[in-house]
Write a protein that binds this ligand. Structure first.
Ligand SMILES: [Zn+2]
Length: 366
């Protein structure tokens, strides 16, 4: 092989290692902390009360300044956003605005008037196992929307069926929910799983956001995170092959969170932890051309450069699994929210490529 051919081969290798940064990740665990306002989590971390949240901050790529949907700071619309990668309103939105238990048989699609694909569709249609562990009954919306009778026909490769969610579990006791989740992961792992913790939200409505009751609930969630970290870092099935993405649906102030113009309602965390993710990185610093730190503002979807949103999650998670974005998604549809550090293989290839480029250049000089 001549020098030029070697260079081309190496550049192709470089391209492939650089583009498939999710290579090696087989499992993605999405965690939504209901009512997890950034300022409350930050202050508890500063008091050393949340060691496992802190593990995500120091061992992953993180921001305390993500945003939820522009128009809605309530639970169910923001969870549909976390599954579909769409905002709530408008022709491109998922249009689910209700925050109560859905009526029997009602789906995201029947409400919208057309099928609304989610992260479960893409993962399942590509042969991956999917699950959801929820702690509020209203999450039956996802079970109903993505179960066999209502899910879309699988037109991707082998037909994996219309049921996009292999398992849906709802348990208002989040400790036993976590136990069931870990037991299920150990017996038949989910490649993509959505885990929802209602505790801080319930405590916020009852005792106020930032109250002792709220802080105790957040510390309980930190304990669940610890159990999940134990599984992911000690079990050979998951070790080095699992990413965790954590965000929230909204924060809160006093006893409420329904004001979309209130900074304490719309300022939420967003973090990614796992192989290839730059440890301790600020997500805005890693994405300084594609995302804009909004300060204390509430940018609309029409802004050319968007803040990081909870709706970035599904397309990022699919990218980590080396899968395309959710059909119809608008937030992070380009899958350009970067979380990686170049792998050692990538760095080696990059080094060799530059060496060869120098030799080629030197050869031409002769
Ligand atoms: Zn909520």
């Amino acid at each position: 092989m001549n020098v030029k051919a070697s260079l081309i081969t190496l550049l192709l290798l470089l391209w492939s290692t650089g583009s498939a940064f999710g290579q090696g990740i087989q499992y993605v665990i999405h965690i939504s902390v209901d009512g997890g306002g950034s300022s409350y989590i930050q202050s508890l971390i500063n008091d050393n009360a949340l060691p496992n949240f802190n593990r995500l901050v120091t061992g992953g790529a993180w921001t305390f300044n993500a945003r939820d949907d522009y128009d809605y700071t309530v639970t169910l619309p923001n969870h549909v956003t976390q599954v579909t990668g769409r905002g709530v309103e408008g022709v491109d939105g998922h249009n689910w605005t209700d925050n109560g238990d859905p009526a029997a048989g009602q789906t995201i699609h029947s409400n919208k008037g057309s099928y609304v694909a989610g992260v479960f569709d893409v993962a399942h249609d590509n042969g991956l196992r999917t699950g959801m562990y929820a702690s509020k009954t209203k999450f039956s919306l996802f079970d109903t929307s993505y179960k066999a009778v209502n899910g879309a026909i699988d037109l991707t490769g082998v037909d994996n069926g219309r049921g996009k969610l292999d398992s849906y579990v709802c348990d208002e006791n989040t400790s036993t929910l976590t136990d069931s989740f870990i037991t299920a992961m150990k017996s038949d792992p989910f490649n993509y799983v959505f885990v929802h913790y209602a505790d801080p939200d319930a405590a916020g409505h009852d005792g106020g956001w930032g109250s002792d009751e709220y802080n105790t609930a957040m510390i309980a969630v930190d304990g669940y995170l610890g159990r999940i970290f134990d599984m992911v870092t000690s079990d050979a099935v998951f070790k080095g092959k699992t990413a965790i993405v954590l965000t929230a649906d909204h924060g809160g102030k006093d006893y409420d969170h329904s004001d979309p113009t209130e900074p304490l309602d719309y300022t939420i965390p967003f973090g990614v932890w796992g192989p290839g993710v730059t440890a301790g990185a600020d997500l805005y610093a890693l994405n300084n051309t594609s995302r804009l730190d909004p300060g204390t503002d509430r940018p609309p979807y029409s802004d050319a450069v968007q803040p990081i949103r909870n709706g970035d999650a599904p397309d990022l998670e699919l990218q980590l699994l080396v899968l395309p974005s959710v059909p119809g998604s608008t937030i992070n549809v380009a899958q350009n929210l970067a979380v990686p550090e170049p792998s050692s293989v990538g760095l080696l290839v990059m080094g060799l490529a530059s060496l060869l480029a120098c030799r080629l250049f030197a050869g031409r000089q002769k």
